[in-house]
Design a protein around this ligand. Sequence first.
Ligand code: CUO
Length: 672
Amino acid sequence: RPTEPCFMQKGEEKAIFEVPDHFYPDKYKSLSSTLVNRFGSDAQRTIPVRNIALPNLDLPMQLPYNEQFSLFVPKHRQMAGKLIDIFIGMRDVEDLLSVCAYCQPRINPYMFNYCLSVAILHRPDTKGLNIPTITETFPDKFMDPKVFRRAREVSTVVTSGPRMPIVIPLNYTASDEEPEQRVAYFREDIGINLHHWHWHLVYPFESAERSIVAKDRRGELLYYMHQQIIARYNIERFCNNLSRVVPYGANFREPITEAYFPKLDSQVASRAWPPRFKGSVIQDLDRPVDQIRSDVSEMETWRERILQAIERKSILLPNGRQMPLDDETGIDVLGNLMESSIISPNRPYYGDLHNMGHIFMSYAHDPDHRNLEQFGVMGDPATTMRDPLFYRWHGFVDDVFVLYKNKLPPYGKDKLEFPGIRVSSIAVDGKAGRNTFATQWEQSTLELGRGLDFTPRGSVLARFTHLQHDEFDYVIEVENTTGKNAMGTVRIFLAPTTDEKGTPLPFNEQRRLMIELDKFSQGLRPGKNTIRRRSVDSSVTVPFERTFQRQSDRPGEPGSAEAAEFDFCGCGWPHHMLLPKGTKNGYPMILFVMVSNWADDGVKQDLVGSCNDAASYCGLRDRLYPDRRAMGFPFDRPVPPAVKRVTDFLTPNMAIADCKIRFTNATRLRGQ
Ligand code: CUO
């Protein structure tokens, strides 16, 4: 916190950091003893901070303390890259602590938090260290600011003992007149926004330490994780009588139909996040304050060059040579090129299309800073998924990747089949009945106390409503006729059966709407095998506790029951959003399963100590992506013209089942 550089609390114990005098910024120097008294009066422990030689912070300090910070702004990215390198480069944890004590009152808090989180994730000596989730440190990025006013009231009235949770309403950013509001529960879901922020934390764009950026199949995972978001959002739209997302990006000069009024306040910048009005058009940017000067035509040039590379299946390298995009790794190269990160193979030529897209859209309301406004929600990975435009932009980005994928040959039977293995059926078994998924609303409680800077201190609970489903089991019957033990990879997907008009989906469209629910390896004995798999074990999701809570150091409060580490393990789609909402009458879907040959998929590596429960969208920490097949396999490639329906696609090692998602418009309280 800005005014308490030397305070921390662990359990019931309070401790104070003893920092060398010159660590205090000039403005606090005369107050140092007052601060120590204010924050340290009830401290039981004093932690001395090492007096180290201080690094040069000129670059990261160029961002004013009370400004917004965005990973998408190139200048901010460079500043953050420098600070990450400083944090990573500290000799040991004690030195890291010292440099943090020095930086914390000087460096923009958003940037400080981001860079320290990246460093903690990547330093060998801090792996597994708990840090508070960003909903706790910066709750202002995730919820209606009215909550904070009420929190202040509550904490003034109830100065000790338990406090009543503050209830955050669902759907508070627009009225029912706005059709897009029907999917606000998805866009504004706290867990979904946390997942996205966390993903970009695990996959930073910039660092002198190349290995932090150049993770295994990073570009491909950027493609796949965002592709899955768009597929999930489109199904969510179908369930709410909305048509598919209309991609935005083929014509940057067209007005953007969707408005968005975020109703978020930045507590650090003391400003409301700016809205975007209906009919906005992105414009040339000239914002000296952010060191951004870029014309829309630049985006058009990058886009055309990328499209040309796809057309030729080959990219231009800085040395003037061409590098072919091959069938296996081409998607990874394209992901890095389009994102782009420092591992783009040719940034000077192909530019920074996706990141700058976020930037142009986030400044549509004040492209030349004449109104002294900051970026809108599109400019921050923690908030961008709130905006309908995010899905239009990533819909376009996905279409570009698909142009490339469509150049690849369809998978032949040799790639799809698993000789000797037959899947006879898949079914869903749960409380709602066979092949029926049940969804409803649920209210959960979050701790906001750490992100709120007022006294009396203590717990501040917020109660919010989100989608939830009843847990269920998959039951899969597999026959192994090879006469010996076999090892398979079980891949489970879910897709709608009809489009927004109720017309049956051709398979070539349906495959783009296949959402991954689970993937796991499975031993198969000779003969009949019945596989039962619990929905909570999904390889896509992380449990609720891990999405929201760090390991509680305050017994009796949320998070204390299940120790949840907040580091790489926090990345994962929130489990409460595993399934689309469905409809009252039961939204028809098909459930798909494939058992592929592990000999062709498996990656032999030691998984001890890695968080491997949400690897599908997040990968594994310090490991290879645990599946050798293309991400999205077997649906990532086009199919032969003869394959019109999913039934034409099936090989003996695949099965489908018709199922329904039945939504009940009722709210239950978590844990009841
Ligand atoms: Cu995640 Cu555009 O990459 O938001």
